[in-house]
Design a protein around this ligand. Structure first.
Ligand SMILES: Nc1ncnc2c1ncn2[C@@H]1O[C@H](COP(=O)(O)OP(=O)(O)OP(=O)(O)O)[C@@H](O)[C@H]1O
Ligand SMILES: [Mg+2]
Length: 327
């Protein structure tokens, strides 16, 4: 059994101007110990999918249309809120893009970490450790994420920290509940490039040392190539291709994945300008029928407008949803 198994997951957002079919039949499995990257253009549903794993999309407007999200054999879509609370942070933890907005500017880092640690204890239904013990663990966690002088840091406020340090604090918080699955949604997008590389290296080291399973979301294929063994490419609410990262980079089979790769500047060949993908993602209030990529696709035929292609395994562990998949 996979650690996480998402099948035929459809999520819609109901609004005044209609229903947006934001996730359109997601199929994705993650094994324990996997490092899976999810890549795709802005608005393709990466964050909505990530938030689905913790049931953090507001209901309404969010509405589950179909599917299952099995985590450790339990269907998260049918788990009552009390069950979900026991899971959040303790089995599945999440790191978000903007570290500043997830820290309370008025409270010392130590206070916030201690609250998270004791909150996890209480959600677990066991003994809530005393503040002093929680503070000792908080200092340990800060050291584990590579922050110097953790004792002093505990008494600092968020504004006294750099963006990179704040993201490290949030990673420490995510580790507090000893989760099995870490979901990182654009964890480095708000950071300078050099700090970005350090934080990515930290995440990779923690994943390896603690035996975590990682889902890393980014619009940047380079970030994913650095940190993930496998990658899923999303387009307008569907997974269009999924493969070992090296394989996808060397031999993408979906025209969208090929376009995405062509859009990455090649530093060794600066004279080659990235070509990009003409057009933009569809309005999900009125998504195109058949393959959602067909209006932008150079290989589209009548079949593509008529029938939605399913993910098929075309090479070992390499799945593609395209009627005309080809290198
Ligand atoms: N609470 C909400 N209510 C209505 N629509 C929403 C809500 N949250 C997300 N959406 C819609 O869902 C779609 C997917 O958004 P999502 O944030 O998942 O994209 P993304 O792939 O994470 O993009 P980015 O790379 O910019 O972070 C968008 O069209 C967005 O407008
Ligand atoms: Mg997002």
């Amino acid at each position: 059994m996979s650690l996480l198994e998402i099948s035929d997951y459809r999520l819609a957002f109901d609004g005044f101007d209609g229903t947006a079919a934001v996730l359109d039949g997601i199929d994705l499995a993650v094994e324990a110990g996997d490092t899976l990257g999810i890549v795709g253009e802005t608005g393709c549903g990466k964050s909505v999918l990530a938030r689905s794993l913790l049931q953090l999309n507001p209901v309404p407007p969010a509405r589950v249309v179909s599917g299952r999200i099995l985590f450790e054999g339990q269907d998260l879509l049918r788990l009552p809120e009390a069950g979900m609370r026991r899971l959040r942070g303790r089995r599945i933890a999440m790191i978000f893009q903007d570290p500043a907005s997830y820290l309370n500017p008025l409270l010392a880092i130590g206070t916030q970490l201690v609250d998270v640690i004791r909150g996890q204890d209480s959600a677990a239904g066991g003994v809530v450790r005393p503040r002093r013990a929680a503070r000792a663990l908080a200092a340990e966690l800060l050291a584990a994420v590579g922050l110097a002088e953790p004792e002093r840091l505990l008494d600092s406020h968020p504004h006294q920290l750099s963006g990179g340090m704040r993201q490290r604090v949030l990673i420490a918080m995510a580790l507090a509940g000893e989760p099995r699955l870490l979901v990182a949604d654009e964890p480095t997008t708000a950071l300078d490039v050099t700090v970005q590389a350090q934080v990515l290296a930290l995440i990779s080291r923690l994943v390896a040392d603690r035996g975590l399973t990682l889902i890393l979301i980014s619009h940047d294929l380079g970030v994913i190539a650095q940190s993930c063994a496998r990658v899923a490419v999303m387009y307008a609410g569907t997974v269009v291709e999924e493969a070992p990262t090296a394989e996808l980079l060397a031999r993408p089979l979906h025209p969208y994945a090929q376009g995405l790769l062509a859009a990455v500047p090649d530093l060794d060949r600066p004279e080659h300008r990235p070509s990009g993908i003409p057009g933009s993602i569809p309005n999900l209030l009125r998504p195109p029928g058949g393959c959602r990529f067909h209006p932008r696709c150079p290989r589209a035929t009548a079949e593509c407008a008529a029938t939605k292609p399913l993910l098929r395994e075309l090479a070992p562990a390499h799945r593609v949803a395209c009627h005309h998949a080809a290198p």
